[in-house]
Design a protein around this ligand. Structure first.
Ligand code: PEP
Ligand code: MG
Length: 321
């Protein structure tokens, strides 16, 4: 099986019937960049900028940040990179950065909420990204966006920084993560303002099911392959496609073969995952005849709404095919 996966490395990813699927890497540290060539990933779909800061234990200044982001773009050598702005707070705390005592830190003062309340922090990071990407393509996305207004405020802060930096990037794409369910009911407006959407299924699942993603007692209780998640993602994929806004998934769900093929079956054409999953997911997708699998998903969603999960019939179909 491994020899078979290695042969897939240099090939573009597609389903058996020829539908292209972009497979990208989730990365947090510059030392992981070698995995781009090792896996044959098409680019970096999620660069978690907070990881390097957590590793060094402090927020780096603008020049240091720009050097890190520049090295990432160098290693990508023209392949797309999506930088996510700082996703601190919750379980990702920096020593010396005061955060309030909260009963529910995952739903507390974290991520873009900190960035909007401490705009100097956000501005410095955005300036570093713009400096690193001078003359090159830049994609930036904001985490834990809950309202269109938050996204538009963050976008405006970035656009104001563009006016101060020379030379500017060759192109600039500004997107949002979809991790907070509230965005699902703001899609028509959101799709007017966001250049792309990337679904963070780790946080999205925990908020959709009100189930702490780190609770061992709840692990396995709610399933990504449930009617709720499939209906949500099918709606999202349909609306994003109708608006012509690229949609990808960068949560852990994209890294598991059954979930990955289901996401593609629902209309997602870009998946971002950790390095070890790229080849297994590519091999799985290459075996999927998408029109037939879509029929299965449609019939499951039509008739199986009372099931807790469609994992069994999806797994059975995968084994048969
Ligand atoms: C997610 O929530 O799915 C995600 C990709 O972000 P993180 O895992 O870093 O919270
Ligand atoms: Mg998240």
């Amino acid at each position: 099986r491994r020899a078979g996966w290695a042969a897939l490395r240099g090939q573009p990813s597609a389903t058996r019937d020829g539908t292209k699927v972009q497979l990208m890497l989730n990365v947090g540290l510059a030392l992981e960049l070698g995995q781009l060539d090792a896996t044959g990933a098409e680019g970096i779909g999620l660069f978690r900028t907070e990881i390097a800061m957590l590793a060094r234990g402090a927020i780096a200044d603008v020049a240091e940040q720009a050097a890190v982001y520049g090295r990432v773009l160098d290693a990508a050598a023209g392949r797309p990179v999506v930088f996510r702005t700082l996703d601190l707070g919750g379980d990702k705390l920096l020593p010396g950065t005061p955060v309030p005592e909260e009963e529910n830190p995952a739903m507390g003062w974290r991520s873009l909420r900190i960035g909007l309340d401490r705009p100097a922090l956000l501005r410095r990071q955005l300036r570093a990204l713009l400096m690193a990407a001078a003359g090159r393509k830049l994609s930036v996305m904001f985490p834990m966006v809950a309202t269109v207004a938050e996204f538009c405020t963050a976008r405006a802060i970035l656009e104001a920084e563009v006016e101060r930096v020379r030379p500017v990037p060759e192109s600039l794409n500004i997107g949002t993560m979809l991790e907070v369910p509230a965005l699902m009911w703001q899609l028509p407006e959101l799709l007017k303002h966001a250049d792309f959407i990337s679904v963070g299924t780790n946080d999205l699942m925990q908020f959709v099911f009100a189930a702490d993603r780190s609770s061992p007692a709840l692990a396995g209780r709610y399933d990504m392959l449930s009617p709720a998640m499939l209906n949500l993602l099918a709606d999202l994929a349909a609306q994003a496609r109708a608006a012509g806004v690229p949609l990808s998934v960068c949560g852990e769900a994209a890294a598991r073969p059954l979930e990955a093929m289901t996401l593609v079956g629902l209309g997602v054409t870009s998946l971002s995952m950790s390095a070890s999953s790229i080849l297994p997911v590519k091999a799985t997708l290459a075996a999927v005849e998408l029109p037939a699998f879509r029929e299965l998903l449609t019939s499951l969603r039509r008739t199986g709404g009372a099931e807790p999960s469609f994992r069994e019939p999806i797994a059975a179909w995968a084994r048969e095919h």
